[in-house]
Design a protein around this ligand. Structure first.
Ligand code: PHE
Length: 467
């Protein structure tokens, strides 16, 4: 039924553009910034192994589910799920999953924009030659200098949000293709260059060992973190891939497309890890250094190689662009929905939503300096506090939003999308959308969506709760 319609928001001209856009969404700060520091915080190989398992058995199947829901619904995630639930007689509550996803995506954007802002600041720093010949200690101080200055952070955060809003307001389909076609391969080439530098540090094998040495005693500790990151890095669980799926042309195979995106995303993350950790060890830095890891490590590399100034500049430009093509996909589900609902222009809807995200993002800006003592989710001797000023434990604003989204909302959203595609949509609808000709492969795909991914999410939640 709804299959031949075209979304009012536009359509990709081919499957390749969907691959580009979805890869643009998936590859971003999650791969280059977050993956290495999470791996460092959760002890290396065990985290990486869990992450890879989660990508294959949970993330990719859910990406498949999202894409096919979107392509069949041809509207914003909320309205697609509404239409498809009605079509198959499912509960009216299903679209709620897309509403939660939409909110989660906006919350992610709020802090994502701040971190993307760091890379804008580093573009300038690189260009000015601030990092030439810098020592590990100097790099740490430079990063501290940035994060302790709320005004500087606000400036870049604001600028990045404006850039993001600009493309969205013009329409995603039009602007994205051209920039991504050049940017993605360039980013990869620069990552390979960094990898080349890592090979010369004399600590390359330490990096490899750290990333791939499997220590089973560390599995349970980082299991929810690994699954949450699998969702985050693939952009699944929030409706971003679903909304891109709704712009996908009908006659193209979803399965191969989704596998390609999953593979590219994983390759970029592993390459970033392999490039970064040897530098971390060579410089005597702590792998568990947290969110600053990449911003402290890379200046050391670029500051000490020939043409490092220009290479570093290009690298941070590419990081900012990769972040930008991801942040667009965070805003798009909500923009599509409110355009459908209110009939207002993309420009009006985008500016309103971007302002909201900007405001919430100010919480993250302040959590690195004057607001560092504002703590959420505090488990203390006298019980649980949602908020406490100056508490020992707990999470600051940035950590709190990151935790809420990656570890809770994304997995729950993804679980709902898989259950919806697997059990609520009819088998015929799913078969029609997937258009996999081999019955065996079709059954494998359906089984992954229906059973493996949902049970996987539940197992991880149980493992986390019992640790
Ligand atoms: N996948 C993106 C990254 O790795 C982040 C993202 C999360 C994008 C959720 C969209 C939705 O940087």
């Amino acid at each position: 039924m709804a299959t031949d319609k075209v979304s009012i928001h536009g359509a990709w001209v081919s499957r390749w553009v969907f691959i580009l856009a979805a890869t643009g969404s998936a590859v971003g700060l999650g791969n280059i910034w977050k993956f290495p520091y999470m791996t460092g915080m959760y002890g290396g190989g065990a985290f990486v192994a869990m992450y890879l398992v989660c990508i294959a058995l949970i993330g990719v199947p859910i990406m498949l589910a999202e894409t096919l829901i979107g392509r069949r619904g041809r509207q914003s995630p909320v309205n697609s799920m509404k239409a498809l639930a009605a079509e198959s007689g499912g509960s009216k509550l299903w679209p709620l999953a897309a509403v939660i996803g939409m909110v989660a995506a906006l919350l992610i954007l709020s802090f994502y924009s701040v971190v993307a802002g760091w890379s804008l600041d580093y573009i300038i720093g690189m260009g000015r030659g601030d990092f030439s010949g810098i020592s590990p200690q100097g790099a740490g101080e430079a990063f501290g200098g940035l994060t302790s200055d709320p005004w500087r952070l606000t400036l870049w955060h604001t600028l990045f949000m404006v850039f993001t809003g600009f493309v969205i307001a013009k329409g995603v389909v039009a602007g994205l293709e051209r920039s991504l076609r050049i940017m993605m391969p360039m980013l990869f080439v620069l990552l390979l260059m960094l990898l080349g530098y890592s090979l010369t540090t004399g600590h390359f094998m330490d990096g490899v060992r750290f990333l791939f040495h499997f220590d089973s005693s560390k599995v349970q500790e980082g299991i929810l973190a690994a699954m949450g990151h699998a969702f985050f890095t693939l952009s699944v669980g929030v409706g971003s891939i679903m909304v891109y799926g709704s712009y996908m042309p009908k006659k193209s195979s979803i399965g191969a497309t989704v596998l390609t995106v999953g593979l590219l995303d994983t390759v970029v993350a592993l390459t970033a890890g392999l490039a970064l950790f040897p530098i971390v060890f060579a410089a005597g830095l702590e792998p568990s250094g947290g969110p600053g890891l990449m911003f402290v490590t890379l200046p050391i590399a670029f500051g000490n190689i020939a043409f490092g100034q220009i290479a570093g500049l290009v690298f941070f430009v590419l990081v900012a662009l990769a972040a930008w093509s991801s942040s667009i996909s965070m805003l798009e589900p909500a923009v599509a929905y409110f355009v459908e609902r209110t009939g207002r222009s993309r420009a009006v809807v985008t500016s309103t939503l971007a302002f909201f995200c900007w405001l919430v993002g100010m919480g993250t800006v302040l959590s690195f300096n004057v607001g560092a003592d504002a703590k959420f989710f505090v488990f203390a001797n006298d019980g649980f506090h949602l908020f406490q000023w100056g508490a020992e434990g707990g999470k600051n604003f940035f950590e709190g939003i990151d935790y809420l989204t990656s570890r809770l909302l994304l997995p729950l959203g993804g679980l709902s999308f898989a259950l919806f595609a697997g059990w609520v949509m009819t088998r015929e609808a799913v078969r029609d959308e997937l258009s996999i000709s081999s019955p065996v492969l079709f059954n494998v795909a359906l089984w992954l969506i229906r059973v493996v991914a949902p049970i996987g999410v539940l197992i991880v939640f149980v493992a986390e709760l019992t640790k």
